[in-house]
Ligand binder design. Structure first.
Ligand code: ZN
Length: 386
């Protein structure tokens, strides 16, 4: 989460967003129940190649045998979600006590911004409102969304499941722990192995498709370090991929050090919030990408100035040959940004930021790589039983 200035970028129509994503047509993926791998490619998008239209993309990505994306309703073949953008870090389910703690008490302005009108239910607890927002995002070209919350942030798995069922939007649930103040005190008495075992069990029981957002403070605290080690071990036991929260990029390399030291393949890791660095040459970003991890620009759609500052960093990564390491998302969290309140909605990454990349000369193929292929490569894994 972050406190953002309200954006004034004019909205983009669905047709413009489609064109910008290099997508010919978009329809909701068919979310299927059950635990088996299912080809949910919707009618009209018979192959990823036809869905990429406009010559974008290089056809269906190749994934390892048995690789799936674990949505909250079903395990699906990764290419079944290649008909639109896959947003790897958003929030659909937080609660008011989390905000109260995060902000240290909520002012009236913050309440309006993050929670919305005091006369209406909080949108992240209102199934009907969230279903409408998911359907709006699908119309704007979103094929699937990862929820980055977990129990210590007030995330409800049941809420995510109901929203996915009713909206048709494939939702990937995640889990883990946030920054130190939110880590449950009882973890202090547990080893990283014990925490890892519990994480692997919860991941299986609640169908997590990722561990995230796994957070560190300005400096990684001892409790956060234990959580990072536990997440690494839970990944090795399950193969569930990992995405992180940094304090605007601080400790980015230290996070990856912990994962690498325990043998986690970097290709299954996103180091997040690196758009928060003031680093136009993208020095840290390149260092992360050179080690094989994904680089998360995941607070996009936060206003034209904030977005414009991130464009050179994305360009620098592409120019250095790291296109396939770039991931885009918005860390959606504020009530003012939902379409019901006049905001750009959950698709703002692709309706607000992607056009800025286009204006900077980034072509259809590269945009397709960043918005469709990269997130699916990140999310695809061959499950391993704990
Ligand atoms: Zn987040």
């Amino acid at each position: 989460m972050t406190v953002r200035q309200r954006g004034r970028v004019p909205g983009w129509s669905r047709r413009e967003a489609m064109t910008l994503l290099g997508l010919g047509s978009v329809s909701l993926a068919v979310a299927c129940r059950g635990g088996s791998v299912q080809d949910a490619t919707p009618p009209g998008t018979a192959s990823a190649a036809s869905a990429t239209g406009a010559g974008a993309g290089t056809g269906p990505s190749v994934f390892p045998d048995g690789a799936i994306v674990r949505t909250i309703l079903a395990d699906v073949a990764p290419n079944a979600l290649s008909h639109g953008a896959v947003l790897f870090h958003e929030h659909l389910s937080l609660n008011v006590p989390f905000w109260d703690r995060l902000l240290g008490g909520i002012t009236d302005d913050q309440r309006e911004m993050f929670l919305g009108s005091p006369d209406a239910p909080y949108f992240m607890r209102d199934v009907d409102v969230m279903v409408a927002e998911m359907q709006a995002a699908a119309r704007d070209g979103v094929a699937a969304i990862v929820d980055g919350g977990h129990a210590d942030m007030g995330r409800s798995v049941e809420f995510l499941r109901e929203v996915s069922e009713k909206s048709g939007m494939p939702i990937i649930a995640s889990g883990g722990y946030y920054t130190d103040p939110f880590i449950p005190p009882e973890l202090a008495d547990q080893t990283d192995d014990e925490i890892a075992e519990a994480l692997a069990q919860s991941a299986a029981a609640e169908r997590w498709g990722a561990f995230g957002e796994i957070a560190s403070s300005d400096e990684i605290t001892p409790a956060e370090r234990t959580v990072f080690r536990a997440i690494a071990k839970a990944h090795l036991a399950t193969h569930v991929p990992i995405f992180t929260h940094t304090a605007n990029g601080l400790e980015a390399e230290a996070q990856l050090d912990i994962f690498e030291s325990l043998g986690v393949p970097s290709a299954h890791v996103v180091i997040g919030h690196l758009g928060g660095l003031d680093d136009p040459a993208a020095t840290v970003h390149k260092a992360i990408a050179a080690r094989g991890a994904f680089v998360g620009f995941d607070r996009l759609g936060g206003g034209p100035d904030a977005d414009a500052r991130k464009v050179p960093m994305v360009l620098a990564l592409i120019e250095a040959g790291y296109l396939e390491n770039v991931l885009l998302a918005s860390d959606f969290a504020a009530a003012r940004d939902i379409t019901r309140n006049g905001g750009a909605g959950y698709a703002k990454t692709i309706t607000q930021f992607v056009p800025m990349l286009r204006e900077a000369g980034v072509g259809d193929d590269a945009i397709h790589t960043m918005t469709v292929e990269n997130p699916l490569r990140f999310l695809a894994f061959v499950p391993r039983s704990a």
